[in-house]
Design a protein around this ligand. Structure first.
Ligand code: NAD
Ligand code: WQD
Length: 343
């Protein structure tokens, strides 16, 4: 069985990706310091897959410890690097923490890839690298705009580091630019676990509906969009997960023509905040307590992906629309509540 090292495997997207990798015949080891997670999601992965997953509780900013993990797993066919801090707001207040954590960990992983001659590398990037895109949908060749936060800058810089590394190293790398990952595994055994008060729309919706948050504020009602609210490309986390498996297979089968490739991971459909709320209300049967409010500073008005490249080259075919995304997000929120009530 081919073994893959997943960093950030205890997190939201990493845990869902481990499920998809195992379902596609890969063996997985995880490295996660649990700085922003616990082992709860990995336990969910074990229930779903019936497999025990080894997690090394290691901070990837520590080169010696990171090196020891690679030394013990030198037979891996590739690394999927999810580990990073991801809160846009926190990055504005703590820029050095973000540069230190997200870039040092990346450099250390790349050093180990070089030392142990690991052939394949997949990096979690973000549509935030496009900044305020002027042409829609955005294509991989759309010029990157001004980063709107230190977090987004760590993704732009991360991409540049990998680009420079790829010029002098033979490892084959893929940058995956996620749009807005949402939803949960249909088992409701794993899903998004925001620490503290969430900022992202879908956890705010589900937490409002379940009563953890009193009211949702729609940030902005007068934008030049079809209903005045912002437009995003909400992509189900299991579709995102599967793109990682497909990216790895693409590299393993040597279908790449260059040693660095970049792919957008979105559905290709823009959805407004009000449409997302309506979809949630429809599938959950809940009436959401929300109000229209002021614009959130730094928000991009509208962004959605052209995903043709991932479809044609990776053979990726995202299947899950906004309603099923909302349904699985809601099932996960309800499962979390029920677990608390049982304990
Ligand atoms: P997450 O916070 O759920 O998972 C990230 C994991 O990385 C956490 O478990 C955390 O403990 C771990 N980690 C962070 N720094 C580490 C370090 N130095 N050493 C070891 N482990 C460390 O986040 P997620 O939503 O699963 O995001 C995964 C990746 O995808 C991140 O790189 C993120 O920037 C990127 N991304 C996320 C989104 C999104 O909306 N969720 C969108 C675009 C890109
Ligand atoms: C979505 C829409 C809000 C909360 C962020 C990062 C980006 C990427 C994905 C990592 C916006 C509106 C939200 C609320 C609202 N992450 N909203 N009320 O801002 O598109 O992207 O997550 O790479 O880098 O910037 O996602 O979920 O915060 O917002 O009206 O309480 O929902 O204004 O239009 P965003 P989001």
């Amino acid at each position: 069985m081919q073994k893959v090292l997943v960093t950030g495997g205890c997190g939201y997207i990493g845990s869902h990706t481990i499920v998809d990798l195992i379902n596609n015949g890969f063996d997985v080891v995880s490295v996660d310091s649990n700085i922003r997670s616990s082992t709860q999601l990995l336990e969910g992965v074990e229930k779903i897959t019936g497999r025990k997953i080894r997690n090394y509780k290691v901070d990837l900013c520590n080169l010696e410890d990171t090196n020891a993990v690679f030394h013990e797993n030198r037979d891996i066919v590739g690394v999927i690097h999810f580990a990073a801090l991801k809160s846009v707001g926190e990055s504005v207040n703590e820029p050095l923490l973000y540069f230190q954590n997200n870039l040092t960990s990346l450099v250390n992983v790349l050093k180990c890839i070089r030392e142990y001659k690991i052939p394949n590398f997949v990096f979690s990037s973000s549509c935030s690298v496009y900044g305020n895109a002027t042409e829609l949908p955005v294509v991989e060749t759309t010029p990157l705009g001004e980063a709107q936060s230190p977090y987004a800058r760590t993704k732009q810089m991360g991409e540049q580091i990998i680009e420079d590394f790829s010029r002098v190293n033979t490892a084959n790398s893929i940058l995956l630019r996620y749009f807005n990952p949402v939803g949960a595994h249909p088992s409701a055994l794993i899903g998004e676990l925001p620490l503290g008060k969430p900022d992202n729309l879908v956890p705010v919706i589900t937490q409002t509906a379940i009563g953890k948050i009193p009211k949702l504020t729609v940030f902005g009602s007068k934008y030049n969009t079809r209903d005045g609210s912002c437009i995003r490309d909400y992509i189900h986390v299991m579709d995102i997960a599967n793109a990682h498996t497909k990216a790895l297979q693409y590299l393993l089968e040597k279908r790449n023509s260059s040693n660095l490739d970049v792919f957008n991971l979105g559905t290709g459909n823009g959805v407004t905040v009000l449409e997302a709320i309506k979809a949630f209300e429809k599938v959950s049967g809940q009436q959401l307590n929300y109000e229209m409010g002021p614009e959130r500073p730094g928000d991009v008005i509208a962004i959605y992906a052209n995903n043709s490249k991932a479809k044609s080259l990776l053979g990726w075919d995202p299947q899950i629309g906004i309603e099923d995304s909302m349904r699985t997000a809601w099932q996960w929120e309800v499962a979390l509540r029920d677990r608390v009530l049982q304990n």
